[in-house]
Write a protein that binds this ligand. Structure first.
Ligand code: SAH
Ligand code: SF4
Ligand code: F3S
Length: 480
């Protein structure tokens, strides 16, 4: 194999296509030896960013001849794309990995790969090297584009392959990817994060903020649309600061306007928006756009100005409330959703009541509520006054109840209206129903069959069920 390395092109993505070709030969030979196809199973933990990365892994695996296997224990190659944003995300990976180790004992040919955010933590890799020797391949978030090369290395060496980079300023375009849904796709517009919210590990494991060139983004979306995609989700940790560091700077709002022009594309979503960078220009674009969905995820984290300052969020309660009001005035049918952390160090009952107050004032359509999780290496981890568990639990329950009541009331307001839904799946529980996503990101279940998947149809929202609807399809003629 060494001479193959000497022949490898140095430019990307050509180099990776070269290694895909080499890996394909190995997979073909192995399949011949076994008399069957080789299979893979990729499990994704964490956010949309990781989900998109997994599609890139699957793209490479399919290109080199692996076939997908949904039962993990039966796959020849198991990959965990990990998350470390909260401690419990971490624990789940170790738990599943332990079980996998047992299975591998009776299936010695099984290969196990680990990648994603957890691998960017040196302690994790140390622990894996020591106690999980059965793992075959470990790589991080910055060199995921090198997956084909790392695979080829593992195939050639029969030894544990570990490749982790601390950071990168590189973005490699035009690698294969295999979408989970034919009709919708995530599209990275930027990587990394520069915000360093004091509780958050993401900037440490995803590196510094880098934006993709608008041309590359547009080209990717045009190709996706040509391939049947009607809805895209633009992905970044803080999309509102997109483009600031490009050689020819461009704002996120301007990028949206460019994307809006792509013919055949029906819906544009994006996440996540940091309140401190949300511009009037963006609100204007959302107001007039025909394609940008009526949904804005605007994480507040806390309603207390005091806690927000300790979190390094760089806005006050009042600024956040003003912003929410401005958006609702400009786009009255917008659905606002948020993330809230309960039990940040030093959070008093008064601070918590400020959060409850924001929830009541903004009336979120839905909110993800998280219990604060201490992440080693972040400034908040060494802050004094960690809040006792019982106090956090009590606040968490009160918050959840409030959030759920309000979202059910907000959901109810749309009852009886007719809205467009993009049909995503046949319903899991009742095969006579299909499930569609509304512009505001809520789901509606209604009678239909698989021929509707990927289509935008008009649906009457007959009954609100708290956080989703039951509905019925309406002929488009009736809604004109
Ligand atoms: N970039 C996005 C969030 C990415 S992480 C943003 O800034 O909004 C997703 C959510 O996880 C965050 O919004 C936050 O609510 C939560 N989170 C992050 N770190 C956490 C921690 N240490 N403990 C609990 N929740 C956390
Ligand atoms: Fe984490 Fe804050 Fe960056 Fe979001 S903006 S990823 S919460 S540091
Ligand atoms: Fe988790 Fe990494 Fe996303 S830590 S939330 S998978 S960016």
């Amino acid at each position: 194999m060494t001479e193959l390395w000497m022949d490898a092109p140095t430019a990307e993505p050509e180099r990776q296509y070269y290694f895909m070709e080499q890996a394909r030969k190995y997979v073909e030979a192995k399949a011949k030896e076994l008399g069957r196809d080789l299979t893979f199973c990729v499990t994704t933990f964490g956010c949309q960013m990781n989900a998109r990365d997994s599609e890139k892994l699957v793209g490479v695996l399919e290109k080199i001849g692996y076939k997908e296997e949904t039962v993990e224990e039966q796959a020849d190659f198991v990959i965990y794309n990990t998350c470390t944003v909260r401690e419990n995300a971490n624990m789940r990976v170790y738990g599943r990995l332990g079980q996998l180790g047992h299975i591998k004992k009776s299936h010695p040919h099984m290969m196990i790969g680990l990648c994603g955010c957890m691998m960017q933590e040196p302690e994790v890799v140390e622990k894996l090297k020591k106690s999980y020797r059965f793992v075959d391949l470990i790589f991080g978030t910055h060199n995921i584009y090198k997956f084909a090369e790392l695979l080829a290395t593992r195939f050639a060496s029969e030894r544990m392959v570990i490749d982790i980079w601390k950071d990168t300023d590189k973005i490699v375009e035009d690698l294969p990817s295999e979408r989970k849904f034919p009709f919708k796709s995530g599209v990275n517009i930027m990587f990394g994060c520069n915000n360093f919210c004091s509780y958050c590990i993401v900037p440490y494991v995803r590196g510094r903020e880098r934006s993709r060139e608008p041309k590359a983004i547009i080209r990717e979306i045009e190709r996706l649309v040509a391939d049947g995609v009607v809805e895209i989700m633009l992905l970044g940790q803080n999309v509102n600061s997109y483009g600031k560091n490009l050689e020819e700077p461009i704002t996120f709002a301007q990028l949206l306007e460019e994307i809006e022009k792509i013919e055949g594309l029906e819906r544009i979503r994006f996440m996540t928006s940091h309140p401190k960078d949300l511009s009037d220009e963006l609100i204007e674009v959302m107001k007039h756009s025909k394609k940008v969905c009526r949904h804005l995820h605007l994480p507040v984290q806390s309603g207390s100005t005091n806690i927000l300052e300790k979190m390094n969020r760089r806005y006050t309660k009042e600024q956040y409330l003003m912003l929410a009001k401005k958006i609702k005035e400009a786009v009255p049918d917008i659905s606002l959703t948020t993330d809230i952390i309960v039990g940040f160090p030093g959070e008093s009952e008064e601070d918590f009541l400020e959060t409850m107050d924001v929830v009541r004032q903004v009336r979120y359509d839905s909110a993800f509520t998280f219990i604060y999780s201490k992440r080693t290496g972040t400034p908040a981890a060494v802050m004094e006054e960690q809040v006792p568990e019982a106090v956090i639990k009590d606040r968490f329950d009160r918050l959840l109840k409030e959030v759920q009541e309000i979202s059910a009331e907000e959901c109810k307001k749309q009852e009886g209206s007719i809205q467009k839904a993009l049909v995503e799946t046949v319903n899991d529980h009742d095969a006579s129903l299909v499930t569609g996503r509304l512009s505001n990101n809520l789901l509606v279940h209604f009678p239909g069959d698989s021929s509707l998947i990927g289509k935008l149809v008009n649906v009457k929202l007959e009954e609100c069920k708290g956080f989703y609807y039951l509905g019925s399809k309406v002929d488009s003629a009736k809604t004109e």
